[in-house]
Design a protein. Sequence first.
Length: 325
Amino acid sequence: MPLSPPLLGTRRAATDPSDAPAPGARDAFDAALDDAELRTARAALAQGRRQAARSLLVHTGDDWDRRGHRLTVLARDARATAWAGDWLAAEPGSADAATLLALALVHRAVRGEEDPGRARDSCATAAALAPADPTPWLGLLLLARALGPESALLDAFAELRRRHPEHHHAHHLMIACLAERPGCGRAEAHEVYDAAERAAAEAPADSPLAVLPVVAYAERYRVLAATGLGPADPAASRHWSGPRARRVLGASFDWWLEWEHDEHPRRLIDLNHLAFALTCAGRPAEAAALFQRIGDHATPEPWAYAHRDPLAAFRTARARALGHG
């Protein structure tokens, strides 16, 4: 997904999804999704035992999407900086410990609790210890997404793609950025749709980036609803009723039927986006199939985009699709 600097804003917009849910709403969601091994390692770290996390990351190897997912989830904990610091002191030169520390500092910096410069330096240290690993660059991308500047965002994305061209999390972040650019007046002519379709087309046929165009529609809806350019009710917005949206939804659902990846660590994020879009488009039968796969593993995005209570929105949509409401 080649992007040029003029396409992106310099800082996170006020419509960023992290601002969407009501206070406490995200507590109902587990960023680990259905990764039982990750939850076990996280619980062990909470008790001051790092061996489970150490073993988890060793066995994750160079499955870069999974490694990025696991490290960002571990790093979210408020105690992660202390855990990683102790680990690195015990094992100087450990790329896993250094990357966990870097991501923990990134999360703290995004929350306004840490010097962004220290987080950037820590990411650079981790990148030097593991040159092939895109995860330290994911940390820099998360930091630039929140704090800028645009040049840092683009540089981090370029380095990520050089190491893993199909990096799932990185593409989602960039699509969220692009969605915040002003439109040209025609509903389905926004550049975010072009970028998402291009990335999907350039990826291998079995890549989950096939669902990225659906994510682009959700991100653009987030911006339209938050800025008053679209109705607060997504089902009433007709955002998913245009010919391009219908084509994107049909292609993404067909891809899921053929290539469903039960093993991809972030597949539930894609499934929630696709279920949300199909619900808003008035296609309950197709949405029902996705809700069956999702189970209770709702994700805040995109359900938070038009609702202060994303979990209630998810449950209502699921009940209607499954004929329970």
